[in-house]
Write a protein that binds this ligand. Structure first.
Ligand SMILES: [Ca+2]
Ligand SMILES: [Ca+2]
Length: 161
């Protein structure tokens, strides 16, 4: 019974989500530093270890509405905290972009062997579902595919940092 309720809840959330995707029409933010997918409201290719304040400074916001970065639990982040995969840039009217930090697949803001393990698992079993923000974080060469090339560049990054 609990399982059915959670499935129904997920379906409801999906319905709300797809509706908000359709409703998304104006561009609230642009950036010459980051990639922005307006259709699905993702900001990606954000460097790991970017403090919230630096993240703001790399955005051009086309709105008079106030905005902040929130963590995945809905808490407003301090300017000095690093942006992590799964954070949200939310405007006062609740319009929001999901943030994906490059190479941070698990959303802890760091690039470690844990992120490598997730990508390895994903390549071995592509039927696994990882989140879109984790996919964007893993696709380091931005070819919309997760391949051994992304794994190699993630590995290289971890070895050199
Ligand atoms: Ca990580
Ligand atoms: Ca790729």
């Amino acid at each position: 019974m609990k399982k059915i309720i959670s499935i129904v809840l997920i379906l409801l959330l999906l319905a709300v989500f797809s509706k908000s995707v359709i409703a998304a029409s104006n561009n609230y933010a642009t950036s010459s530093t980051y990639e922005i997918n307006e259709e699905n409201r993702f900001i990606y290719k954000v460097d790991a270890y970017t403090p919230v304040l630096n993240f703001y400074s790399n955005l051009t916001v086309n709105s008079s509405l106030t905005y902040h970065v929130y963590d995945k639990d809905g808490y407003k982040k301090e300017d000095t905290q690093d942006v992590v995969t799964g954070d949200l840039l939310m405007f006062k009217n609740r319009e929001q972009y999901k943030i994906s930090v490059s190479k941070d697949l698990n959303g802890d803001g760091k690039v470690t062997i844990k992120d490598l393990a997730i990508l390895q698992r994903q390549l071995l079993n592509p039927t696994n579902e990882i989140s879109i923000e984790a996919f964007l974080a893993a696709d380091t060469n931005l070819d919309d595919l997760l391949t051994i090339k992304d794994l190699a560049s993630l590995q290289r990054y971890i070895l050199n940092n």
